[in-house]
Design a protein. Structure first.
Length: 127
């Protein structure tokens, strides 16, 4: 599974770091959307689209998005199985709206929740 994430976002980096710490079988490959690798190797994915919501290629090579990525990636490493509840009918719609709100405001949220990281990295000033 290849996950494309915003490496300028402290909360995003924190989640990806946590994910890799438990990925003992190397099932997940992380690609920062600000990296040269992303720009050169994954030209089929718009950086703007990837900034708006999480993108990943699942084990079948299918491009998946948003909370589908979060659920699949944590399932792949055998953790946070409760996240699959977010894909249930009724809950899915609400969870997806909440995710899109978070994604759109992740830098402001990072600044509130992780002010020391934002000050050190200087990456939380953009919206």
């Amino acid at each position: 599974m290849i996950v494309f994430y915003d490496g300028n976002c402290p909360l995003c980096r924190k989640e990806m770091d946590a994910l890799k710490r438990v990925d003992h079988a190397d099932k997940v490959e992380l690609v920062d959307i600000h990296s040269n690798r992303f720009q050169c190797e994954f030209t089929e994915i718009s950086k703007q689209d990837a900034m708006e919501k999480l993108h990943a290629y699942n084990e079948s090579g299918e491009l998946i998005f948003g909370l589908d990525v979060t659920v699949a990636v944590w399932k792949a490493v055998g953790k946070h199985r409760w996240l699959s509840l977010l894909r249930l009918p009724g809950i899915r719609w609400v969870a997806d709206k909440a995710y899109l709100f978070f994604a759109a405001h992740r830098m402001k949220i990072s600044k509130i929740l992780m002010p020391s990281q934002c000050n050190i990295q200087g990456n939380c000033n953009r919206d």
